[in-house]
Design a protein around this ligand. Structure first.
Ligand code: PGA
Length: 223
């Protein structure tokens, strides 16, 4: 059985109360369904404001979940108003999403900045989940997990075809030293298997469908 990364990208959603409810609901369904998740690494990427509380609740509920950030400062600690630097993230998370197309588009993050973010992640022992939009996207050295996310598939209900996602995943695995290529873009519990059944796709980055704990658990079960 191949190892699968199933990553929830909550984006800019959920208050502390809503996140707590998600974790409790998730724990309840997990307990009653008791699916086999042996080969699955479940990661939730929340807003920074939720970090402390989701860590606390997850430990209390004994959830098999790891946490990730959705962003990292390209700088070390210091006078960078509004930024959250690597050591602050490492207190709560093990992973960090870097290079998501929403950040490239809305916050004008370019390769130079993204490469700096990767260096900062590595300095603080955070594992970057580096997003690419197609097989041409530049990938910095030393990336282990690449998320292929075609922008036309993100939040549109219009996922890439498994054939094309597999083609890109294969090309990217050949071109880079990444151990894992995952797919993201309109993943749901009904289409998840078509992606994880392909040889080069090792997991999913799930946005909208991860906001509902029931649907997210269905994705985990069906993957
Ligand atoms: P989506 O988002 O699942 O809502 O399409 C995926 C992502 O942006 O990571």
């Amino acid at each position: 059985m191949k190892k699968l990364f199933i990553i929830a990208n909550w984006k800019s959603n959920k208050t502390i109360q809503e996140a707590e409810k998600w974790l409790h609901d998730f724990a309840e369904i997990l307990k009653s369904d008791n699916p086999n998740i042996e080969n699955k690494e479940i990661i939730v990427c929340s807003s920074f404001t939720l970090f402390e509380h989701v860590n606390y609740c997850s430990a209390n509920l004994k959830l098999p979940i790891k946490f990730g950030a959705q962003n990292i400062s390209p700088f070390d600690k210091g006078a960078y108003t509004g930024e959250v630097f690597g050591a602050q993230i490492k207190e709560f998370a093990q992973y960090v999403i870097i290079g998501h197309s929403e950040r490239r588009q809305n916050f004008f993050e370019n390769n130079e900045m993204l490469f700096k973010k990767v260096l900062m992640a590595k300095k603080y022992n955070l594992i970057p989940i580096f997003c690419i939009q197609n097989e041409e996207t530049s990938v910095p050295e030393g990336i282990d997990i690449i998320a292929y996310e075609p922008p036309t598939a993100i939040g549109t209900g219009n996922p890439d075809t498994p054939e094309n996602a597999q083609r890109v995943a294969r090309l990217v695995s050949e071109k880079t030293k990444a151990q894992h290529v995952i797919y993201g873009g309109s993943v749901t519990s009904s289409n998840v298997r078509t992606f994880t059944d392909t040889p080069n796709i090792n997991g999913l980055l799930v946005g909208g469908a991860s906001l509902d704990p029931l649907e997210f658990l269905e994705i985990i079960k069906n993957a």
